[in-house]
Design a protein around this ligand. Structure first.
Ligand code: SAH
Ligand code: SF4
Length: 353
């Protein structure tokens, strides 16, 4: 069965052609899927009944069902867990825009999506890495998280970040068609500048993403400013060390109008020592990048420790003093385990016991 949420406009034309239909039928189908968000073929009233039956026999309209929505008591984030047709679970997080001046709530939301079930990259601090890779998400399952979030929130997703479970650039075959659908003005229609892809430093993937040729934003999970630190916590660095990653990122900045964001989790005695400030500043300068500092979110069963708030603030101040644009983010929704992979990890553990 083909899930229509994973079909690009060209795929829909091809599907209709395979059923002996003219291209205008593909346009009609696209309107039912994206404008009306129908969940059954019977609702597609301007398609002939025989065609609706043919479609229903071959295609589905939803690739996942939302199993659980948990609301944070602070910050307004909502995390939802979706069940794929084969029973696997993935998580996505709905993050409201900051509360405006005077306390006015904005309707704008950012969605954090997953790209894989688990992750093969095995970063030592990450709950997704801990479980290894189960499988890639399909194009429909990536796009389906956005459709589900819009149904849950009753509003459109304005910003999209690929910062959930998985390494998006290790799933290019499904990521690129998903981006085509997300960007298409008659499908999800989210602007490239509102989409951030986060990678742990997958160099060949970065090159393919650059060749895709759309002005997407890029975040890089750096977490270490020298090979010694990165090797300790991110096995991916052994494959593509900083000597390869930094030039690939410089190449990206040559064509991109946006600054790259370097994500840097602060972990006590691993990468939060003041000796690392200069090295991090050097890389940020080279790339003309901004740095996002994230005090480590504790993961059950892992030995890593979040530095004190004062230590995090001091690290931040030192970096700012080097002229680097820095933000420090205390995870919104810490109380619902909003860090990468944690909700699913808890579920899997519950199921196993
Ligand atoms: N695989 C991609 C996309 C996932 S993004 C990547 O690594 O960039 C998820 C982000 O959360 C990454 O920056 C990751 O390093 C970070 N992260 C993982 N575990 C975390 C934790 N326990 N505390 C804070 N951030 C964490
Ligand atoms: Fe995978 Fe990213 Fe987690 Fe590393 S940080 S294990 S690349 S999801």
């Amino acid at each position: 069965m083909t899930c229509l949420l994973g079909c690009t406009p060209a795929d829909l034309v091809e599907l209709m052609a395979s059923l002996g239909q003219k291209p205008y039928r593909a346009k009609q189908l696209q309107e039912w899927i994206w404008k009306h968000r129908v969940t059954s073929f019977e609702e597609m009233t301007n398609l002939p009944p025989a065609l609706r039956e043919q479609l229903a026999a071959r295609c589905t309209l939803r690739p996942l069902t939302v199993q659980e929505v948990s609301e944070s008591t602070t910050g307004g984030t909502r995390k939802f867990l979706s069940r794929m047709q084969d029973g696997h679970l993935v998580e996505s997080v709905i993050i409201p825009a900051a509360v405006g001046q005077g306390g006015a709530h904005s309707d704008r939301i950012t969605l954090c999506v997953s790209s894989q079930v688990g992750c093969a990259f095995g970063c030592k601090f990450c709950a997704s890495g801990l479980l290894g890779l189960t499988r890639n998400l399909t194009t429909a399952e990536i796009v389906g998280q956005i459709v589900a979030a819009e149904a849950i929130s009753g509003t459109r997703v304005d910003n999209l970040v690929f910062m959930g479970m998985g390494e998006p650039l290790a799933n290019m075959d499904n990521l690129l068609p998903a981006l085509t659908i997300i960007l298409d003005e008659h499908s999800l229609n989210i602007g490239a500048r509102h989409i951030t892809i986060s990678t742990s430093g997958n160099v060949p993937g970065l090159k393919k993403l650059a060749a895709f040729g759309r002005p997407l934003r890029l975040a890089v999970s750096l977490h270490g400013a020298c090979d010694e630190v990165r090797n300790q916590i991110m096995p991916v660095n052994k494959k593509w060390p900083l000597g390869e990653l930094v030039p690939a990122l410089q190449e990206w900045t040559r064509t991109s109008k946006h600054k790259i964001t370097l994500e840097y989790i602060l972990i006590q005695d691993v990468n939060a020592m003041l000796t690392e400030v200069d090295k991090l500043a050097r890389i940020a300068h080279l790339l003309n990048a901004k740095v996002n500092l994230i005090p480590y979110n504790t993961v059950e069963g892992l030995p890593w420790v979040r530095p004190s708030e004062a230590a995090c603030r001091f690290f931040c101040k030192q970096l700012i003093a080097k002229g680097i644009p820095v933000t420090m983010r205390y995870e919104k929704g810490h109380d619902i385990n909003a860090a990468c992979g944690q909700l699913r990890l808890r579920k899997v553990q519950q199921n196993e016991h």
